[in-house]
Write a protein that binds this ligand. Structure first.
Ligand SMILES: Nc1nc(=O)c2c([nH]1)NC[C@@H]1CN(c3ccc(C(=O)N[C@@H](CCC(=O)O)C(=O)O)cc3)CN21
Ligand SMILES: CC(C)C(=O)C(=O)O
Ligand SMILES: [Mg+2]
Length: 279
């Protein structure tokens, strides 16, 4: 299994880091089998698995519940768990308790926090000092969607780009071992990647980051209808699942399932004693 220092080496060697989200046991098993470098138990689970409109309703309990399932499915992969909305904003003390709970109860290896204001930077520092590796997350930070005014590309003008560059440096300085860059122009992602020593992992951030992350259900087109522009859908699982479910339904309606091979039988002698031979 890779460790935080391995991701730094991968950046130095120009080896791309592949991250994928997973939210449950079967998803984690397949993610691990595919060989991804790290798994993110993203709070996007609120949207793709739980059916919420945003990531805001996701709780710490939700993250613990799904984090445990992912760990059981991917015992040999580096796992990052998202700290959910409001679980790292109130105080350093509360952040440490919540971060500790995520790590201790799920067996994950790191946590991820969105943003870089003073409170967040202090929390990145405190978590790291307490022994909890931190992934930072800048650009489009979905937990702030209401403040950002929608899921929009961030850092498009020089001033916003400059701010993001400074924030990235602060995150690295505070101790984050990696940085997710979401929905930013590829030129900005390139500049950030070149200006910090920790690896950048992009989503909608172009090809110049040190790695990429995508949402499991987006990659497979599994249960999602509309996906963001930055997603490449590698398979269409919806079609496969629907075909299987439709065939099951049709077979049952027509009496073609179950067949003999799916059924259990009783010995002739037992049947005779059951019915007194009168069948
Ligand atoms: N299924 C899924 N995939 C994700 O990548 C994802 C989630 N859910 N939920 C949490 C966040 C929210 N994300 C999103 C959601 C929508 C857009 C989106 O629609 N973006 C517009 C661009 C808008 C603009 O031009 O500024 C797009 O057309 O892609 C982007 C990121 C990324 N994350
Ligand atoms: C999109 C990634 C980076 C994320 O934070 C999530 O899946 O929740
Ligand atoms: Mg997230």
């Amino acid at each position: 299994m890779k460790q935080t220092t391995d991701f730094l080496k991968m950046k130095e060697n120009g080896e791309k880091i592949v991250m994928l989200t997973a939210y449950d046991y079967p998803g984690a098993k397949l993610a691990e089998k595919s060989g991804v470098d790290m798994i993110l138990v993203g709070d996007s689970l609120g949207m793709v698995v739980l059916g919420y409109e945003s990531t805001i309703p996701v709780t710490l309990d939700d993250m613990v519940h799904h984090g445990k399932a992912v760990k059981r499915g991917a015992a040999d992969t580096f796992i990052v768990v998202d700290m959910p909305f409001m679980s790292y904003h109130l105080s350093v003390r509360e952040t440490l308790l919540n971060g500790a709970r995520l790590i201790q109860e799920t067996g994950a290896h790191a946590v991820k926090l969105e943003g870089a204001d003073d409170m967040i930077i202090a929390n990145i520092g405190a978590l790291t000092k307490a022994g909890i590796p931190v992934v930072a997350h800048l650009g489009l930070t979905p937990q702030s969607v209401a403040v950002l005014g929608g899921y929009k590309v961030q850092g498009k003008n020089a001033e916003a780009a400059q701010k993001l560059m400074e924030d990235a440096k602060k995150c690295a300085q505070a101790g984050a071992f990696a940085l997710v860059l979401e929905c930013v122009p590829k030129q900005l992602a390139k500049a950030v990647t070149g200006s910090i020593s920790i690896p950048t992992i992009g989503i909608g951030a172009g090809v110049y980051t040190d790695g990429q992350v995508l949402v499991y259900h987006d990659v497979l087109s599994y249960g999602v209808e509309r996906v963001p522009k930055f997603v490449k859908q590698y398979e269409n699982v919806n079609e496969i699942v629907l075909r299987g479910l439709n065939n099951y339904l049709t077979d049952v309606k027509l009496g073609e399932f179950p067949e003999d091979q799916h059924s259990f039988t009783m010995k002739e002698s037992e049947l005779i004693s059951l019915y007194g031979g009168k069948i």
